[in-house]
Write a protein that binds this ligand. Structure first.
Ligand code: DAH
Length: 428
């Protein structure tokens, strides 16, 4: 279970690029957002023929495959990611992610009746400004790199966090809201990391009459309310657990915290949060206010609450998975229907300066899809000439069936071929 708690740990707690150690629409009847990203998608493409099979509708916005996947150096979105764009697992009431989302809604509805506005259908294609600048992510932050984020073009990304919607919703006058959505990150491969996952963001704004009566300064008032509200949420989800607050760093909050709970014998991070930076409030029409914000990863929590051992299972359409969950049934324990054997294949190559593990994993996922369970570096050395060799072990395993030797050999052969051709490394 140790790995589960690391599922999609926040990258925003890193301060800058230098802290990152190899780690890790066309038209719309009702445009829900005036974002430049969406506007540019919708105007540029008017002349193109719609292709039914590759056309998606997200939050009232129509998106074609070639809006998102393009053969262009400013674009790094593969087909496999486009195929996930419209699935919106968090909107399925019988899916663990939908059940969890509804469980969190229930907490807010019970404790703050009619207070929080809920959004779960906002378009995941957002501008670089929305995703980074509007929430004060520094220009040199690791999350902005092409190695970590999916870029549609130099100004447009697939959101890598639901915080991308904070500023716009504030500007539109919202003061209490929850945003749930699919988020996208280039990453390594293991049982807790998948390039698409789901987050929920919460924001609450206070005005002077809220804090004046309390005798507290506005920041302390917001921080106290934040802690009380989120401790209540953690108890609602996990029962009477022990909790602790850890000081953290996020570009958009100050002070910032992480909430941890003691669950199944160890401390587990539940969410990141803090008091919103004044600059965000000011720039979005909320001077003289203070606000709290939080963000949590739904997979990370659902894996523990439902005993789901591998993040790929959330995407399974196998009845033996889907039939185990039903609306409103929070925390039903998943019964694994099989343990098919893994098959390991090693490959070694001399890397070059531009090599990254995320690029390697993207190539492997492009070929093996959800049949790849883990890619791990098992050997790493530099020779006297200064050449560095990496050896990766690829674990192939299906959650749903036994794989044949022939099938795996064929996948591995394609992986070797493409790793060599696309990453320009020299196989050993
Ligand atoms: N956006 C952060 C992430 O993806 C999570 C987060 C942390 C959201 C703190 C917040 C916050 O709103 O206050 O890592």
């Amino acid at each position: 279970m140790a790995v589960v708690s690391s599922a999609h740990s926040t990258i925003f707690s890193k301060t800058s690029l230098f802290h990152h150690i190899n780690g890790f629409k066309r038209f719309s009847f009702c445009l829900p957002f005036s974002s430049s990203a969406v506007a540019s998608l919708s105007s540029k493409k008017k002349w193109r023929q719609p292709v039914a099979s590759s056309m998606l509708e997200l939050g009232g916005i129509k998106i074609a495959k070639d809006d998102v996947v393009r053969d262009d150096p400013t674009n790094n979105v593969p087909d496999t990611i486009f195929s996930k764009l419209g699935l919106q697992l968090h909107r399925r009431n019988n899916h663990p992610l939908g059940i969890l989302k509804n469980g969190i809604y229930e907490y807010f509805d019970t404790n703050f009746p009619n207070m929080f506005h809920k959004f779960d259908d906002l378009c995941p294609v957002v501008s670089v400004k929305q995703n980074f600048d509007h929430v004060l992510v520094p220009a040199d932050h690791v999350s902005r790199s092409y190695n970590d984020t999916y870029y549609v073009d130099s100004q447009t990304v697939l959101r890598c966090h639901t915080s991308a919607h904070q500023a716009e919703l504030l500007r539109r006058g919202h003061t209490h809201f929850l945003v749930t959505g699919d988020v996208y990150r280039r990453d390594s491969i293991d049982s807790t990391h998948y390039p698409v996952f789901h987050q929920m963001e919460g924001v609450r704004v206070f005005t002077p009459d809220n804090w004046e009566a309390s005798g507290l300064d506005p920041t302390s008032y917001a921080a106290e309310d934040l802690k009380k509200s989120l401790e209540g949420l953690a108890r609602h989800l996990f029962g009477a657990v022990e909790m602790r607050w850890i000081d953290a760093y996020f570009p958009f909050t100050n002070p910032s915290y992480e909430l941890e709970i003691y669950f199944q014998g160890k401390w587990m991070e539940v969410l990141g949060c803090g008091v919103m930076e004044q600059e965000i409030l000011k720039s979005n029409g909320r001077s003289n206010s203070v606000a709290w914000a939080f963000g949590l990863g739904l997979e990370r929590l659902a894996m523990v609450l439902f005993d789901i051992p591998d993040i790929r299972l959330f995407w399974s359409t196998d009845e033996r998975f889907t039939s185990q969950f039903s609306e409103g049934q929070m925390g039903v324990k998943f019964k694994p229907f099989s343990k098919y054997p893994p098959c390991y294949k090693d490959m070694s190559f001399w890397i070059n300066d531009s090599f990254t593990e995320n690029n390697l994993c993207e190539v492997i996922r492009g070929i093996a899809g959800d049949l790849v369970e883990e890619v791990s570096l098992i050997d790493n050395f530099t020779n006297k000439k200064g050449m560095t060799s990496h050896c990766y072990r690829i674990a192939y395993r299906s959650m749903e069936r036994s794989l044949t030797d022939e099938e795996i050999n064929d996948l591995q052969w394609q992986v070797r071929e493409q790793v060599q051709n696309k990453l320009n490394v020299v196989l050993r």
